[in-house]
Design a protein around this ligand. Structure first.
Ligand code: FES
Ligand SMILES: [Fe+2]
Length: 411
């Protein structure tokens, strides 16, 4: 890859081609539980600094962080009723950006107020996440992925800010062979040196991998040694949801790994999980979906690699702030990566031509719930895979680990 293509693929700030493509989609920026009525916080998305707030009545506001007056931060503003007040001189803004008052001016001239509107974006919440849309009108629907809307789920949201570009994290999701190496062999080695049990299912050798496109992205498939195309791993597989999510899980576990480009060299990673009861089991009662931080560095600043996701994070970050694709050697087993990159470039061109890119949802009927394929019996591991996936993954840090285990064990 030459440097120009690498820059085109990875750079996402305002005015870039990839930034324009990614602005056609909704992205989560915070958990609903992190923003009570009357609170404001700073968020950064696609290289833009923003102030997110929730009014007294619960309405979300998302404004450019810098106040139109003299650029102080609205993220430190006071939420007053349905408005937010800039901390510096009290200019008062509605959630849609209208400037309603300039308290230090003796006269509130309507033309001046109109000129001093704050740049406002759209924010909506679903399934315990607050999503933002920074793109052009008409605003597409916020996709109602099945695990965000099922009424009977137990949910939690893990999160980490990863100091590298989003593309190398997404490329990991079309790289099935890394599972048997990084999460099979390497994880076994790391855990063995700590006297911890080794993974078993992740180590199974993949004799064939395959990728198909579908209306929301790419379906990934694999055949394991000793298995066949009739197994769930091939016959159902699981999807990469274009552009920035992957759906993974097994049995009652359903997850979205969501990669949110904060800027060119930082990615906010969400591990969104929904655990469903078995038929006949009572649905769990949950009032609030917790958000928790996933640690990936120890007290010396070294990577924590004795769990699945810690290994992934180590691989992503060590590829560099922006992995240098002018110096990589793609081989046959990187077919999924090549497909995803082509898809990004194709969809960028479509979007530039004024069309909706892949996976943009506008039809309310099909958006009532978008059911996605996901293998049930993953890696042929049955329930033992579920246990391994909980014990050796980020789930070990969940504040509701006890409830998750009880639900999966049918207790
Ligand atoms: S900088 Fe915001 S009111 Fe002055
Ligand atoms: Fe991985």
């Amino acid at each position: 890859m030459n440097q120009d293509t690498q820059d085109l693929l990875t750079r996402i700030g305002p005015g870039t081609g990839m930034g324009a493509l990614l602005r056609r989609y909704w992205h989560p920026v915070a958990g609903s539980a992190e923003l009570a009525p009357g609170e404001a916080r700073k968020v950064r998305l696609l290289g833009e600094d923003l102030a997110l707030f929730r009014t007294a009545s619960g309405r979300l506001g998302l404004l450019e962080e810098s106040c139109p007056h003299r650029r102080a931060s609205l993220a430190y503003g006071e939420v007053d009723g349905e408005t937010i007040l800039c901390p510096y001189h009290g200019w008062t803004f509605a959630a849609d950006g209208r400037c309603l008052a300039m308290p230090a001016e003796s006269e509130q001239k309507p033309a001046l107020l109109a000129r001093c509107r704050a740049t406002a974006y759209r924010a909506e919440e679903l399934g315990g996440l607050i999503f933002a849309y920074l793109g052009p009108e008409p605003v597409p629907l916020l996709p109602r992925w099945d695990l965000l809307v099922w009424p009977d789920g137990l949910r939690d949201i893990g999160r980490a800010l990863i100091p590298c570009n989003w593309l190398q994290i997404m490329e990991n999701s079309v790289d099935p062979t890394h599972v048997e190496w990084l999460h099979g062999r390497h994880l076994a080695w790391v855990r063995g040196r700590k006297g911890l049990p080794a993974p078993t299912h992740y180590r199974r050798h993949q004799v064939r991998i395959g990728f198909d496109t579908f209306p929301y992205g790419i379906i990934k498939r694999r055949v394991l040694e000793g298995g066949s195309e009739a197994d769930d791993d091939w016959h159902i597989g699981h999807p990469l949801l274009f552009p920035l999510m992957v759906r993974v899980g097994a049995g009652q576990q359903h997850r979205l790994q969501i990669r949110v480009p904060v800027d060119d060299t930082h990615t906010l990673h969400f591990w969104y999980a929904c655990y469903r009861p078995k038929p006949g089991q009572p649905p769990p009662a949950q009032r609030r979906i917790p958000v928790y931080d996933i640690p990936w560095q120890d007290e010396h600043g070294d990577f924590i690699t004795d769990f699945v996701d810690g290994g992934d994070i180590m691989a992503w970050v060590t590829q560099g702030p922006i992995a240098d694709r002018t110096r990589e050697q793609l081989v046959a087993s990187d077919a999924g990566i090549a497909l995803y990159r082509r898809m990004l470039l194709d969809e960028m061109r479509r979007s530039e031509a004024g069309e909706d890119p892949l996976g943009v949802v506008r039809d309310p009927e099909s958006n009532r719930i978008i059911e996605l394929p996901q293998e049930r019996n993953k890696l042929g591991g049955g329930k033992s895979f579920l246990r391994e996936a909980v014990g050796m993954s980020h789930v070990r840090y969940s504040p509701i680990l006890h409830e998750i285990t009880a639900l999966l064990e049918g207790a």
